[in-house]
Design a protein around this ligand. Structure first.
Ligand code: GTP
Ligand code: MG
Length: 208
């Protein structure tokens, strides 16, 4: 029987870099030019099917980038299996903010968290102010996955989540065998979950 995994994913990054837009593209394949800034956080799920027949269900926490919500972030990254830290390729300050988030994750999140650095708004490449070389070099130095995306055109979006999905089952502890119900690790543990339940590939709830 094919394996079914479940992972908690948190999105972090400065306000307006496009975190919610990336999630909207990934989960519903939609884009909205006039998105409201997120209040608190939004929760969505999406399931990715891998070539080996296994499926990975992401439980996605889309955090609010505005400074006033900063203190909430640890609640969302604490038990996360993976983090997507987003910057805007037209805004160098947003890469600095991403570096700050990455330092915080390296200090405070679980040591085995898989972090992807994501340069969004690739459709605005004519206004690019963060080079691929700079971001990629930083990602390599820190051992992060890296990619560029456009939530607007959809370019690179599926690929960043699929890359994470492929990497996660290798780094996470082996899942429970099927047949014993959907098993979660002990409270606070981050073990991968081999699901028994049906995956619906859609959203379970969303306030975005
Ligand atoms: N051109 C372009 N605009 C984008 C892209 N992604 C997001 N936007 C726009 O950027 C603005 C902010 O996007 P959001 O997804 O709300 O940003 P956010 O990171 O969730 O912001 P907070 O919720 O405040 O943290 C919106 O007007 C989006 O339409 C993209 O890939 N290309
Ligand atoms: Mg948002």
């Amino acid at each position: 029987m094919a394996k079914q995994y479940q992972f908690k994913l948190v999105l972090l990054g400065e306000s307006a870099v496009g975190k919610s837009s990336l999630v909207l593209r990934f989960v519903k394949d939609q884009f909205d030019d006039y998105r409201e800034s997120t209040i608190g956080a939004a929760f969505l799920t999406q399931t990715v099917a891998l070539d080996d027949g296994s499926t990975v269900k992401f439980e996605i926490w889309d955090t609010a980038g505005q400074e006033r919500y900063k203190s909430l972030a640890p609640m969302y990254y604490r038990n996360a299996n993976c983090a997507v830290v987003v910057y805007d390729i037209t805004q160098p300050a947003s890469l600095e903010k991403a570096r700050t988030w990455i330092r915080e994750l390296q200090r405070q999140a679980d040591p085995s968290i898989v972090i992807a650095l994501c340069g969004n708004k690739l459709d605005l490449a004519a206004r690019r102010q963060v080079t691929q070389e700079e971001a990629q070099k930083y990602a390599e130095e820190e051992g992060l996955m890296w990619g560029e995306t456009s939530a607007k055109s959809g370019e690179g979006v599926a690929s960043i989540f699929t890359s994470l999905a492929k990497k996660l089952p290798q780094t996470a502890p082996p899942p429970q065998t099927r047949g014993g119900g959907a098993v979660r690790g002990a409270p606070g543990a981050r073990a991968a979950v081999d699901l028994n339940s049906n995956t619906n590939g859609g959203q379970d709830g969303c306030n975005c």
